[in-house]
Design a protein around this ligand. Structure first.
Ligand code: GSH
Length: 202
């Protein structure tokens, strides 16, 4: 979702190729040649192949600086842009993976259940901190400046939709999500993916 929304923000030409994880299309030999980890998404740009959504986003922001989706290298708040994008993919997304895919971490049902409870607690702490930060210094992650980090956060907020306390229950997080998802690029991405906020697909 996030690299796709970034492509639409940039407005460059691209072809979207659906890899249906539910059907195991991420495990077929042709896909594994591109991404041996069998994870989605992968960007193919001519001879270049790149995976990891945050890396794809950084790459696209660098290729298309005119889109203004990231502060320029050495510019104001570039360091914070990097910090938040990496925090979202490395810490927040990883915690969400524990909640969604406890089965990747334990074969025991009781342990998986326990893992989800702990992940919920840790996610609650993360969203509380984000909410306070965004309340004081929002509405976006970089204050008044919208960036690709907001798109990434909005995507991860959707991952919480089935949790007892979803991200949208935090008012300043919700304000950011509302702003990011109201953008034509986000809406075009959702329509092309055929998903809505509360739908079943990741
Ligand atoms: N850190 C990776 C995570 C990618 C990821 O886990 N993608 C999911 C789909 S949302 C996937 O490919 N799952 C299939 C699997 O793990 O087998 C990224 O951000 O690109």
């Amino acid at each position: 979702m996030a690299p796709h929304a970034v492509l639409r923000e940039i407005g460059c030409k691209f072809e979207l190729v659906r890899v249906d994880v539910a059907k195991g299309e991420n495990r077929v030999p042709d896909y594994l040649k591109l991404n041996p980890n069998g994870r989605v998404p992968t960007l193919v740009e001519g001879e270049r192949v790149l995976y990891e959504s945050a890396a794809i986003i950084l790459y696209l922001c660098e290729l298309h600086p005119q889109a203004g989706l990231a502060p320029p290298v050495g510019g104001k708040d570039r360091h914070l842009f990097l910090q938040w994008l990496i925090y979202f993919t490395n810490t927040l997304q990883e915690e969400l993976q524990h909640w969604w895919h406890a089965d990747n971490h334990s074969d025991l049902e009781a342990s998986r259940h326990d893992m989800k409870i702990v992940a919920e607690r840790r996610l609650g702490a993360i969203f509380s901190r984000l909410d306070s930060m965004l309340e004081k210094a929002g509405p976006y992650v970089l204050g008044s400046r919208f960036s690709a980090a907001d798109i990434f956060l909005a995507m991860l907020c959707r991952w919480t939709r089935q949790m007892p306390k979803p991200a949208l229950a935090y008012p300043s997080v919700r304000r950011l999500v509302d702003l990011a998802t109201a953008r034509p690029a986000w809406q075009a991405m959702m329509q092309a993916e055929g998903i809505d906020w509360n739908g079943p697909l990741a």
